[in-house]
Design a protein around this ligand. Structure first.
Ligand SMILES: [Zn+2]
Length: 139
């Protein structure tokens, strides 16, 4: 097994330790390995493959970090065929919220979400994915 050294904010490190104590983990490595596995498996869902999907992605960031807003604009242009709808909204006194509605296949959606996650200085990134053919079955 290889040894990987990673840097993270003190606050996150404390949360990992607390989580480990609360859930009976033997150490940080075990927690990080599990988190990485979950992240890598996230878009490997066989039930969603080769289907038409819609996704809703929300990104929260501090309104002073204009670099995030700029990156969001570039992403929207780079993935024009995927982004069905997009709006920018303000939350509280300090935050901007960017909402994307996507329509496409799992691979394109995961690429898009991955790029958003890789954006520095976001406060949070959330998303949900739904098969569109399921929606029509419901009506
Ligand atoms: Zn804004």
């Amino acid at each position: 097994m290889g040894v990987v050294s990673i840097s993270m904010p003190d606050e996150l490190e404390e949360r990992i330790d607390e989580f480990g104590e609360d859930h009976g983990y033997t150490g940080r490595s075990e927690i990080v390995r599990e988190a990485v596995r979950n992240l890598l498996n996230e878009f490997e869902d066989k039930r969603l493959e080769d289907r038409d999907l819609m996704a809703i992605v929300t990104v929260l960031f501090d309104f002073e970090t204009t670099s995030v807003e700029e990156k969001m604009m570039h992403l929207r242009h780079d993935h024009e065929e995927l982004v069905v709808s997009n709006f920018h909204s303000h939350v509280g006194n300090h935050y901007c919220m960017e909402l994307f509605v996507l329509e496409g296949q799992l691979e394109e959606i995961s690429t898009f979400v991955g790029k958003i996650r890789a954006t520095k200085d976001t406060v949070s990134v959330d998303y949900s994915v739904h098969p569109v053919d399921d929606i029509s079955l419901l009506s």
